[in-house]
Design a protein around this ligand. Sequence first.
Ligand code: GLN
Length: 477
Amino acid sequence: MTITSIRQQLLSGETNPTKLIESISEQIIERDSQVQAYVSYNLEKALADAQEADISKPLGGIPIAIKDNINVLGEVCSCGSKFLVKGYISPYDATVIKKLKTAGAIPFGRMNMDEFAMGSATENSAIQLTRNPHDHDRIAGGSSGGSAAAVADHTALAALGSDTGGSIRQPASHCGVVGLKPTYGRVSRYGLVAFASSLDQVGPITRSVDDAAHILQAIAGHDPRDTTSLNEPVPDYLAEINQGVKGLKIGIPAEYFTEGIHAGVRKNVEKCISKLENQGAEIIPISLPHTSYVVATYYVIAPAEASSNLSRFDGIRYGNAAPNPSDIIDLYYQSRENGFGPEVKRRIILGTYVLSSGYYDAYYSRAQKVRQLITRDFQQAFQLVDAIISPVCPTPARKIGACSDDPLQDYLSDIFTIAANLSGFPAISIPCGTTSYDGSDNLPVGIQILAPRLGESILLRIAKAAESEIAAKDFSS
Ligand code: GLN
């Protein structure tokens, strides 16, 4: 089932919003104890919303699962953290939630995530471990692992995630669903709990490209409450989605197809590229020469911003406070010591270090300069091509626990997704068949499409053409 097919059923009277919420809650009860994608859900509230739903609206009566770092009025917003899971209830709706409600959708369910969105496996959640629906011994990816796993496991129809370095696209790829990170500023960040403000974007995780377009249509647009929000018209994202790829120029970056990529991932992605070529796309080899710096650059800039953003969690303003502090400083120390998990502490320490006087120039300002070079690589490439295609991740989903002693290994898994955040360009991850990996068969592979600033329409158009090829052909390797 997709949003598109459910909408038809709603309009024809074959189902209604109440039945829809009931059937999703049955699925959750039946299956989510294994996958553990949901941190919580408020069935009573969703059923009340369903009673009021206006199915004539674009997303009328459609339930959408929400990553647990997006504020929904009256609901706990845990960010996957001990700090917030008990004691922080959102006093307002994020702009994306307001917009979804305006479009008629029903926010239903709070989805598990890496603590404060720091991670690639949802193993850094302080609340629970989300498993990959395709193989329960494997990670769902992260940080939006709960959102992607639920959509893949049919316990949610569609979800919102957030993406700072790949957190929508990477779990979507590992779980075999669609994930879209819009252009920076296309979707308001107001009410998204900030991780790294110059990189964060909210976007949809869905079962089809059309569904991603439906949700983007609802959430995109200018928001005076987010100073980085773009004041540009929102096009009709479905208008050109079926136009195919004939005549489009698609760039294939040499640096994204080097050694280290699993052979099955490479094979499936290359097969899809040749199908697009058969449909009339012109395939052009390109170079993104600063690719080898993206991970290092990100792991200076993102922790720097995080160390600043997370200073607001002090035990006073939000969530849990330490019980018996000796004075105010002790309250800060103890609350932060008990509230944050190891990965969040690691990032705060790293971020504070790169911003400290004496190291600022060597690390932070140098990383900002390299960020410009990485962005320029893409700007130059987009003078030659309409879009760029690459794998989403070097390998399919790894086993749970395989990187617990080696966070760097997980950092490297974001090598193909981070550049879109550093440069602000939009990117989508769509399922590209399955492959065998590390003793398991049939693990999903993802293909990534990147487009110039505000190029979501072209992105969706190429994604739709690829989706139809992949659906029609055998893509297992
Ligand atoms: N895996 C990356 C990190 O841990 C990206 C996370 C994200 O996009 N939120 O920072």
